[in-house]
Design a binder for this molecule. Structure first.
Ligand SMILES: Cc1cc2nc3c(=O)[nH]c(=O)nc-3n(C[C@H](O)[C@H](O)[C@H](O)COP(=O)(O)O)c2cc1C
Length: 201
């Protein structure tokens, strides 16, 4: 392995919205990518508080039906068309990875290490984001397109009921994935000189 291999994957990872159901790998291998990230992504105090549910096919489509139902309760009917179009785009993809944080783990750490109590919820968010990035980047390396969504907390109750999610798991993000129907557009970069400093070179 060279570090350039990882850098190429990091560069290839983009928000891809034009997705289809034709994955370049068997679904089992896609699920194995996610499982690998769950095993090997770091977490504060090795707490392993992240929980992940992978939805394929009809289960994935159910998620976006439930999301539509939840959003219809809060978005005015005459303004729903763009939302419906967006949701149809997600449903057209092959699957969705749901990322959660297990609050029972966070509470356990707070009880065990009171001096860091305020940090554990923050670190849990960091760990969750690292899992999201690990899966998203590995998907990119595998030729799988993905985009990251945040319909939580609007969909939390429906998701919990549909997939028997434990009460302590809080939904943090939804990574929609699939075959790449059209690549991401050109990306704009803010000046890196304002965002990066180095001393002692
Ligand atoms: C923490 C975070 C939250 C994001 N939330 C959303 C989101 O809710 N919906 C969405 O379409 N994209 C979301 N994105 C994707 C960003 O808009 C995207 O990563 C950014 O514009 C850079 O484009 P790229 O992913 O193609 O590099 C999110 C990205 C991050 C890192």
């Amino acid at each position: 392995m060279t570090h350039q291999t990882l850098q190429e994957a990091a560069r290839a990872r983009r928000s891809v919205y034009a997705l289809n159901k034709t994955l370049p790998l068997p679904a089992e291998e896609v699920a194995a990518i996610v499982k690998h990230a769950v095993l090997h992504t770091p977490s504060a105090f090795n707490s392993q508080s992240t929980r992940v549910v992978v939805l394929f096919g009809a289960e994935h489509e159910k998620l976006w039906q439930l999301t539509e139902q939840a959003l219809r309760q809060i978005v005015p009917a005459d303004k729903f068309a763009p939302t419906a179009q967006k949701l149809a785009g997600f449903a057209a993809a092959a699957g969705t990875v749901l990322f959660f944080e297990d609050q029972s783990v966070v509470r356990g750490l707070q009880a065990q290490f009171p001096a860091y109590a305020a940090n554990f919820p923050v670190w849990a968010e960091h760990a969750d984001a690292m899992h999201q990035y690990a899966v998203w980047t590995t998907f990119a390396a595998a030729g799988i397109g993905a985009n990251l969504q945040h319909y939580n907390p609007v969909i939390d109750a429906a998701v919990a009921e549909q997939w028997q999610i434990p009460a302590d798991w809080t939904l943090r993000a939804q990574l929609v994935f699939g075959g790449i129907a059209a690549p991401a557009g050109e990306k704009q970069f803010a000046p890196v000189a304002e965002r990066f400093k180095v001393y002692g070179l």
